[in-house]
Design a binder for this molecule. Structure first.
Ligand SMILES: CC(C)(COP(=O)(O)OP(=O)(O)OC[C@H]1O[C@@H](n2cnc3c(N)ncnc32)[C@H](O)[C@@H]1OP(=O)(O)O)[C@@H](O)C(=O)NCCC(=O)NCCS
Length: 217
């Protein structure tokens, strides 16, 4: 199915080797945008060439293209650990909000459906925008927890976030876009931890608060 974005017809197609340069531009754009928000050092476009070449031969990449042949978005699907994963999804900023991302997702899901009923994605919890997008597309949060150890013993770059009696550490980003309520929650948890509070006490507080709430309604 074709659609129009400001008068330009947009086609979603499977990328092949001829699409290398267009895909490389988009892929570098995806990481430029992400690393800027994370506060990480930027890499030049060429840094990604080797990865992009490999992905074009190993994975399924779908491109959104204008009628002039300009690639404006992509989605990459890989198969690993016997599961299908959406690895990245990206639409150029000036083409966002016009249904291109949704069409790329539909294309990837239709492809995956031919092989498997389930699709997985990894999203960083700080990435509120991506999280919002995937929840809107009908995805739900699943139970993967990543473990890491900072060998310098430096925890200054993280924020504590509680889960079932444990306190997880979440990296701080340079550009965070938490809602005021989320920010307040994170600040209060951090203050609680600074005052010596642990995950089990937080769990008790949460359970008590919910019980009180239910007893009132
Ligand atoms: C996320 C992204 C791909 C969305 O692309 P897009 O072309 O702007 O999205 P669409 O216009 O197709 O939006 C489809 C639907 O999602 C909704 N949506 C878009 N962004 C959303 C968000 N952050 N939160 C909630 N809903 C969102 C739209 O309102 C639209 O809803 P509708 O179908 O009910 O009308 C784009 O913003 C992007 O490239 N962001 C940077 C990279 C990124 O975050 N990728 C995702 C993680 S891998």
């Amino acid at each position: 199915m074709d659609s129009n974005v400001e008068g330009k017809r947009i086609v979603i197609k499977k990328a092949d080797k001829e699409d290398l340069e267009g895909f490389l531009d988009l892929y570098a754009g995806f990481y430029r945008d992400l690393r800027l928000r994370q506060g990480l050092r930027q890499h030049g476009r060429e840094k990604y060439r080797g990865d992009v070449e490999r992905y074009l031969s190993m994975d399924k990449v779908f491109l959104a293209e204008t009628d002039k042949g300009e690639a404006i978005g992509f989605i990459r699907v890989s198969e690993r650990e016997d599961c299908y994963w959406i690895e990245e999804l990206y639409v150029k900023p000036m083409h966002r909000g016009k249904g291109v991302g949704r069409r790329l997702v539909e294309k990837a899901e239709n492809y995956i459906k031919e092989h498997d009923p389930d699709v997985y994605i990894m999203v960083l919890p700080q990435d509120r925008r991506a999280m919002g997008f995937w929840l809107h597309q009908g995805y739900s949060l699943l139970n993967t927890v990543e473990l890491a150890k900072n060998l310098d013993g430096n925890k200054a770059g993280t924020r504590p976030i509680p889960l079932l009696g444990s306190i997880l550490e979440m990296y701080r980003w340079a550009k965070e876009d938490y809602t005021p309520l989320e920010k307040k929650y994170l600040e209060l948890v951090e203050e609680f931890q600074k005052r010596g509070g642990g995950g089990k006490e937080l769990l008790e507080i949460f359970v008590n608060a919910l019980e009180q709430h239910f007893s009132k309604v």
